[in-house]
Design a protein around this ligand. Sequence first.
Ligand code: PEP
Length: 260
Amino acid sequence: MNSRRPCIGGNWKMNTRLEDALLLARSVAEGVDTIDDCVDVVVYPPFPWITHVADVLSGSRVALGAQDVSSHGDGAYTGQISAGMLLDSGCTKVLVGHSERRHGLGESNSLLNEKALAALESGLEVMLCIGETLEERDSGRTNEVVATQVAECLSGVEAGSMARMTIAYEPVWAIGTGRTAEPGDAQEVHAGIRTQLADLYDAPIAAGMRILYGGSMKPGNAGELLEQADIDGGLIGGASLDSDEFLSIINATMTQGSAD
Ligand code: PEP
């Protein structure tokens, strides 16, 4: 069993109306209260619901995150949201580089690096999402693509900030498709990321880094993914919108000890 505390995140994307969001947040908070305190849980609601969800989660063990952050501080950036605003709204965490922003909105590694630096600078914890497309996987470029994303997105991130960084490996072809990476294939990529972190930083930082898997993780496949030595939790999209499914994935971390 390794010493990394597992983490399960729920990315609600552009889903839920206010009433659904509040109900979902309440059910998750109540459910997590009944689970042993040996897993971190975070939800990433849509921006307009963040302060409302913050009220519901107040006093619970469920942390609050945002799905994106501006690379800029406050100023003339119409439609963007600064890290400081997220903190004022009750967020302690933020996603950077989700594939729906990389591939849907064309966000580059260099922009994501600026976002990560801005978020860390303000005190937020960052979940950096990386992952290859199907075409990149089929052409045997998974490791190269992932390594480039890690190196470029972490450029200038100091060792002292790495305790506030989590990485989510999310193969793009597995997100929202019902297709999941084979646990052994995902493990190989996770282990490669950890080795790269040891090269970029040092062995203790690499050993302490939580690397989550994301891509159609569900109650039915969570166990076999979470039992992999270098998979330290999950970033969940679709299944996080159903509190029973989400709680069942959180529960799966209790029974899976990764072997180091
Ligand atoms: C995600 O959006 O990060 C994700 C993993 O989605 P899904 O679980 O629906 O594949």
